[in-house]
Design a protein. Structure first.
Length: 268
């Protein structure tokens, strides 16, 4: 199981859980020290040490390099958990020219999945989303949100909206890949560092633990395929209805094409 954003929060918890179940885990993270820490933690609790790859999703060049290394190393990827994400207080532009939230939370994972398309045949693609998608304002013709005043919460919601729609569209375009998305609930994580949301997500005692937030992801990775709905959006191990523009298949198709053009990979 390949887990992006594996060095903290939901990704770390999911990696530990599936490793304890006996799965071969491959970790992807941005920070080398935290990546080393989680690698050692998985080795101590589940053994043997998992494979680990460093990549910063704020640079698509690093994502492409990661995809090449993974293709060279693994003939098959049974499960890809596209979980890397962030929230940014002010509008930030990546070296690739994209608004950071949409690139880190959506475009980078979309590109990696496309680069691993053949390896995922017969496997699963699981995208971390959020009920914050209802705050999103997806526009395939304006992925950077240039037409609207920047809001960290809305940018985050839009990226999560994009992930739900991408899972649904992947299920239509890639019938040999079981693609789904899920809502982990409100979880105590490191997300939102530098924003007003940081303290809320790190210290609110009423939020879920990372392990609880990862539960649906771990379940989706191992549940019998016949019990899951391709393209479905799940919460607490249950299929959840999607509302508004997020449920528009035509809009999802346009988003897919816009994303492919944005990352410069139009072959899949």
């Amino acid at each position: 199981m390949l887990v992006t954003g594996a060095t903290s929060g939901i990704g770390r918890a999911a990696a530990l859980a599936v490793a304890r179940q006996g799965a071969h885990v491959v970790l992807v993270g941005r920070d080398p020290e935290r990546l080393k820490t989680v690698t050692n933690e998985v080795a101590r609790t589940a053994g043997p040490a998992p494979d680990a790859f460093r990549a910063d999703f704020a640079e698509l060049r690093q994502v492409r390099d990661l995809g090449e290394r993974l293709r060279d190393r693994y003939p098959r990827v049974d499960v890809m958990a596209s979980n890397a994400g962030g929230m940014f207080w002010s509008r930030t532009t990546t070296p690739d020219g994209f608004e950071a939230t949409v690139q880190v939370n959506h475009l980078a994972g979309f590109l990696l999945a496309r680069l691993l398309r053949e390896r995922l045949a017969g496997g699963r693609l699981i995208l971390t989303s959020s009920d914050a998608y209802t705050q999103g304002r997806i526009d395939p013709d304006d992925l950077n949100g240039d037409r609207h005043r920047y809001s960290a919460g809305q940018a985050y919601g839009t990226s999560k909206q994009a992930n739900i729609m991408t899972a649904a569209e992947a299920a239509r375009r890639w019938p040999d890949v079981l693609a789904v998305s899920y809502h982990p609930g409100q979880v105590r994580t490191r997300i939102g560092r530098g924003t007003v949301a940081s303290s809320y997500f790190r210290f609110n005692p009423f939020l879920r633990s990372s392990a609880k937030g990862a539960d649906t992801l771990v379940w989706l990775a191992g549940a019998p395929a016949g019990e899951l709905t391709p393209g479905g959006y799940y919460a607490d191990r249950r299929l959840s209805p999607v509302s508004g523009p997020t449920a528009d298949a035509g809009l999802a198709a346009k988003l897919w094409e816009a994303g492919a053009a944005a990352v410069g990979d139009t072959a899949r």
